[in-house]
Design a binder for this molecule. Structure first.
Ligand code: JHZ
Length: 393
């Protein structure tokens, strides 16, 4: 049974950026509550939104938008090539091709239901199926040969129906084939008080503990885990069919689960403590904004992320607090953030003459952004960040 531990209020769809002429229209909102399932240790949002409403031809998020992600996908593709020498790879949720573009076109197939994104890789002549991953699609793709590697980053946490997903994986994988999943780590999310990992698209935030339980239902098992830095701390899970004894289960799996148990990811009380920290985080962030606003500082936002939607709407921050956001994504520019209705402007290098404080919506790219904005920082420009606790840096 799922027990609620966190209430983040009514939230709009995180990636539904608003056009100027639609600003007066009523937005669709849903109650964002998060719960813990004692049976399989899974943390999930309680009310979900239909996939068609979120992942369609207007999907704005592009994986290639940051150097960090481009490099991370490239490095990982090189690692895969060396380690597994795969001949046929399927990527579930290939987005704009940040991962598949590192492979030869004849070795890789993308699956991307958002038509605008699928179009990008199709134009680059990568075979891309613009459909939701399913058993039917899996049969179609692997009719002639099975996949020796399926990769999926930041996608499984977005899909509600495990049954369909893993049955389709089972159909597609060859005997020695493996599945590699990469998603934000629940442990990191709790340690960072990164409550903004919860929004409509993130139905789950996985732990090794919960994923291991889920996979048991499908005769699949984790045989290795890597902790990665992306998206505020993620886990890369290497998964195989139980019957596949080509790969041995490494100690890293045991170690990761031990680490999670030590933190208490199996106990409801851990999540109750997290909820208290989230409330404290909100109050601290509001105090920072109140204090800066009372002194009439110029504050803008940087990175109109899906995560920002949760923070802004949960904390009740709006145009009075943040004048506008800068973002590099062309689709988001001149639109308004859902709920808070803050304008998103085309990114320009930060200048002290324009800005005093910058709320870092894309805190997961802190290093990359600080590097880019060196001169702003050198000239006394400051950032506001809410992880692991709200502060000015
Ligand atoms: P970023 C999205 O979440 C949605 P978001 C999704 N549900 C998910 O799981 C993750 O991605 C993976 C901009 N930016 O990656 C680009 C700059 O403007 O944190 C993006 O709009 N300048 C699929 O939205 C945003 O910030 C920069 O220098 O929370 C980053 O979004 C950089 C580095 C980024 O994901």
């Amino acid at each position: 049974m799922i027990k609620k531990f966190l209430d983040l209020g009514y939230q709009p769809l995180a990636n539904s950026y608003i056009l100027k002429d639609k600003l007066k229209h009523k937005e669709n909102k849903f109650k964002l509550e998060v719960g813990f399932d004692k049976e399989n240790y899974l943390v999930s949002i309680l009310k979900t939104v239909s996939k068609e409403k979120m992942f369609n031809k207007d999907y704005p998020y592009k994986s290639s938008e940051s150097n960090t992600m481009r490099k991370s996908f490239k490095d990982f593709a090189n690692k895969i090539k060396k380690k597994f020498k795969p001949k046929f790879i399927i990527e579930i949720g290939s987005n704009d091709g940040a991962f598949i573009k590192n492979f030869s076109r004849k070795n890789v197939v993308g699956v991307e239901p958002c038509k605008n994104l699928a179009q990008i890789t199709k134009q680059k002549k990568f075979i891309t199926y613009s459909e939701y991953w399913s058993q039917k699609l899996s049969k179609k793709i692997t009719k002639i040969k099975k996949a020796d590697l399926i990769y999926s980053a930041n996608t499984l946490s977005h899909i509600e129906n495990f049954n369909e997903i893993f049955k389709a994986v089972d159909i597609a994988l060859s005997k020695k084939g493996i599945l590699i999943l990469e998603d934000p780590s629940l442990l990191k999310c709790l340690q960072n008080v990164a409550y903004d990992q919860f929004y409509c698209e993130h139905i789950y935030v996985f732990s090794a503990l919960s994923l291991r339980e889920i996979l048991k239902n499908f005769e699949l098992e984790i045989f290795d885990i890597e902790n990665t830095k992306t998206h505020g701390g993620s886990n890369r899970y290497y998964i195989k069919k139980k019957e596949n004894d080509f790969y041995k289960v490494t100690n890293k799996v045991k170690e990761e689960i031990k680490k999670e148990l030590r933190f208490g990811l199996d106990k409801f009380s851990t999540y109750q403590k997290f909820e208290k920290k989230v409330k404290i985080s909100k109050n601290k962030l509001l105090k920072i904004f109140d204090s800066l606003n009372s002194k009439k500082f110029n504050i803008i936002g940087y990175g109109a992320t899906a995560k920002s939607c949760t923070v802004l709407n949960y904390c009740g921050l709006g145009k009075k607090d943040i004048k506008y956001f800068y973002d590099t994504t062309s689709y988001k520019i001149n639109k308004y953030l859902p709920g808070s209705k803050i304008l998103i402007k085309k990114y320009k290098k930060l200048h002290r003459s324009e800005v005093d404080f910058v709320y870092l919506g894309a805190w997961n790219f802190k290093e990359e952004i600080f590097m880019k904005e060196k001169s702003f920082i050198k000239n006394g420009g400051k950032f506001i960040i809410h992880v692991p606790f709200p502060k000015i840096i």
